[in-house]
Design a protein around this ligand. Structure first.
Ligand SMILES: Nc1ncnc2c1ncn2[C@@H]1O[C@H](COP(=O)(O)OP(=O)(O)OP(=O)(O)O)[C@@H](O)[C@H]1O
Length: 366
């Protein structure tokens, strides 16, 4: 274990921004903090960095209390979305900066600093930029330099706050892969803040989903994607279709829906809500089915279909356009559900208790 956070709370005036955060981050792990704006991600990162302090709770690194240590003593590397590189310094000098300001006793000699910077420039594949000034760099190149600067001091923990947030989509994707490679080679413990799901899922060993100052779920990206633990996580991860169902002997039932592909759940008989991704619903033409296609629209690659029944239950499905060739407006369709998540209760309140995945399912996960 390397970083341990327990019961961390932080309030600004009347706003409780963190409400009891518990999290451990292992050595060499890459963790993504994912959540909507205002969920407390940056506040948590600033507390870990020593730029802010909690009102309650504990933070330790390898058993040492970090709340009594200054930011410098913690030896953290920090990269922000808009990282202000020193404009009057070359890339080489920017990367060297953290080493040149270390207390005299810890400061390496000039030759050693130069060697460290050369090594980092090569490692980060930016050696061609060494003598340029920040104004002569693209946004993506600046963030590579910013990471180099954060890594020069050999940080115990690297903190990245939406480092690619200001860059365009293609550059973001390239940098994401580059960062994963850098992380794997360097083995630095890294915590990465993003509100971009794709970024979190592609990069992280573990994703921590935050909402309103609490952690809703922590887990491997696939586990979170396939088994969101709360209605909030389900909606946040695109399970936007909510259908009332009835549970009988662990099976969900709803008129006009084929739910046989869903595993049996350890839920009491009664009303529940099924959360679905539009891509996990297949409309199948069926003259006897209670649903009818009311809207059909193509986005080029995809076909979006809305189906409604007499009770005004409206379900949106999405599929590759070629798969939906047989579908027409006003056509009766049965809806086959491939995957979904069920939460007890009819109204699916945002704070409903998480449903335990069946034991066998959990154990079969990697
Ligand atoms: N210094 C401060 N004083 C008062 N309120 C603050 C302060 N810092 C943060 N907040 C409030 O705390 C809440 C959480 O902010 P935080 O920046 O941690 O969220 P976030 O999840 O990182 O959001 P974003 O994705 O928009 O950066 C917000 O409502 C914000 O307005």
């Amino acid at each position: 274990m390397s970083l341990a956070i327990s019961h961390l709370a932080r309030r600004f005036d009347t706003t409780q921004v963190l409400r009891g955060i518990d999290l451990t981050v292992g050595k060499g792990e890459l963790i993504a903090l994912l959540g909507p704006s205002g969920s407390g991600k940056t506040t948590l990162l600033r507390i870990i960095a020593g730029l802010d302090w909690p009102d309650a709770g504990a933070l330790s690194f390898n058993g040492t209390d970090w709340l009594v240590k200054s930011a410098a003593e913690r030896r953290i590397g920090f990269v922000f979305q808009h990282y202000a590189l020193f404009p009057h310094m070359t890339v080489r000098d920017n990367i060297a900066f953290g080493l040149t300001v270390l207390p005299r006793a810890d400061r390496p000699g000039k030759a050693q600093i130069a060697a460290t910077v050369d090594r980092l420039l090569a490692f980060l594949q930016i050696d061609g930029l060494a003598d340029r000034y920040p104004a002569e760099l693209s946004g993506g190149q600046r963030q590579r330099v910013a990471l180099g600067r954060a890594m020069a001091i050999e940080p115990r923990v690297l903190l990245l706050d939406e480092p690619f947030g200001a860059l365009d989509a293609q550059v973001r994707r390239d940098l994401r892969r580059w960062l994963r490679g850098v992380h794997d080679s360097a083995g630095t413990t890294t915590i990465f803040v993003t509100h971009d799901q794709e970024e979190a899922f592609e990069l992280a060993d573990r994703v921590v989903v935050m909402n309103g100052g609490v952690i809703e779920q922590t887990g491997h990206p696939d586990e979170i994607y396939d088994h969101p633990a709360t209605p909030f996580v389900a909606r946040f991860l695109g399970l936007t279709v909510e259908v009332p169902v009835t549970i009988r002997s662990g099976r969900a039932q709803a008129a006009g829906l084929d739910l046989t592909a869903l595993p049996r759940r350890a839920l009491p008989d009664g009303p529940a809500t099924l959360f679905l991704r539009p891509a996990d619903i297949q409309p199948v033409p069926d003259p006897a089915a209670p649903f009818r296609v009311t809207e059909i629209a193509s986005t080029g690659a995809l076909l979006r279909i809305v189906a409604e029944n007499a009770a005004a239950c409206r379900i949106e499905a999405e599929m590759p356009r070629r798969q939906g060739r047989d579908l027409r407006k006003d056509q009766p369709v049965a809806l086959r559900v491939i995957a979904g998540q069920i939460f007890p209760g009819g109204a699916a309140p945002a704070d409903a208790a998480p449903v335990e995945a069946p034991k066998a399912l959990k154990e079969s996960r990697p």
